[in-house]
Design a protein around this ligand. Structure first.
Ligand code: PMP
Length: 315
């Protein structure tokens, strides 16, 4: 039985060969004995160009996880989250001896902004959009309502590239907003650990003071740069995944929620059933009777669709 891994919202495709070749050329001549250039200016400038925000609004780190860790530590107080959402927010808050105050999403998975705003004692609000695991985008108006309250707000935008919704215009308007993105999903670089954050320059200066000068290894930084320089190759894969997501949702709509990401939340916990067929999906211990599938290659998705259809038929 061929095992299929649709559990971690990874990209099913490795990096394109043309990019691999460029990276190998770099590796052949890299100065491994030297520290990276302080602050990795080439990566930061690349991200500044890529996002259109300029280097002064960019910070990079070893995955967006590291930025979440840093921001939650810096908040030094209770944070507000909206469940069901990414588990790492409460993990870090607990690590630093604080609570993650839960203002759950509404029944339609929209944000309960009025309740969030009432939590005036909170040091940080984290909004995940598109949200993991529900897969939906959070409406701009509710995000703005939270920002208008003045509380420092992290918008975790890890699945941005699959969603078509760009919030970066809000960076110029709000000085209490930090948007986080990652190279782990759309860019196929989960194993290299590269994430980045965007915020107004004043906020960025404060954040960068918390970082070591040599905060990332030269290989991860270089590969991220090459990826951005060859974005059209990445876009092809993003388009493929979005097409497949729509197809899988079309096939399994009665048992899945629609999504703006590279995954779908199922209305049933099919973890054990699918594991028995060699298909590994994500169990959601905090969300009763639900599970999450990552969109894979068309072949993987076909195997998944058949297995789920069989489940529905025999139910
Ligand atoms: N935020 C969300 C919503 C995620 O789903 C993930 C990865 N599962 C991350 C952040 C962390 O991504 P990274 O690999 O950049 O640390």
């Amino acid at each position: 039985m061929k095992e299929i891994y649709l559990d971690k919202n990874e990209n099913p495709f490795n990096i394109p060969d043309a990019i691999k070749e460029k990276f190998i050329d770099y590796v052949k001549n890299a100065d491994f004995n030297r520290y990276p250039e302080k602050g990795l200016p080439s990566l930061i400038e690349g991200l500044g160009r890529f996002t259109g925000l300029g280097p002064e609004r960019i910070i990079a780190a070893n995955g967006s996880d590291e930025l979440l860790d840093m921001l939650i530590k810096r908040a030094a107080g209770d944070i507000v989250i909206s469940s069901p959402t990414f588990e790492m927010y409460s993990f870090y808050a607990t690590n630093y001896g604080h609570s993650a105050i839960d203002v759950p999403l509404n029944d339609d998975f929209s944000l309960n902004a009025p309740e969030i705003i009432k939590r005036r004692d909170a040091k940080l609000v984290i909004i995940c959009s598109p949200n993991n695991p529900t897969g939906n985008l959070i409406g701009r108006d509710s995000i703005k309502a939270v920002l208008e309250s003045g509380v420092t707000t992290v918008l975790d935008n890890a699945y941005y590239e699959f969603s078509g919704e760009d919030y970066t215009d809000l960076i110029r308007k709000y000085d209490n907003l930090i948007i986080l993105r990652t190279f782990s999903k759309a860019f196929s670089l989960a194993g290299m650990r590269v994430g980045y954050g965007m915020a107004k320059p004043d906020l960025m200066v404060g954040l960068k003071k918390l970082q070591a000068p040599f905060y990332m290894n030269i290989l991860s930084a270089k590969l991220a740069e090459i990826m951005m320089e060859n974005y059209s190759l990445i876009e092809e894969k993003i388009n493929y995944i979005v097409r497949e997501r729509k197809r899988v949702y079309g096939e399994l709509g009665e048992i899945a929620y629609n999504s703006d990401t590279n995954f779908l939340m199922l209305k049933k916990d099919l973890y054990d059933y699918l594991a028995g067929k060699g298909i590994h999906i994500r169990k959601l211990p905090l969300v009763k009777d639900r599970s999450r599938i990552t969109i894979g290659t068309a072949e993987e998705n076909n195997i998944l669709i058949s297995a789920v259809r069989e489940y529905i038929k025999n139910k």
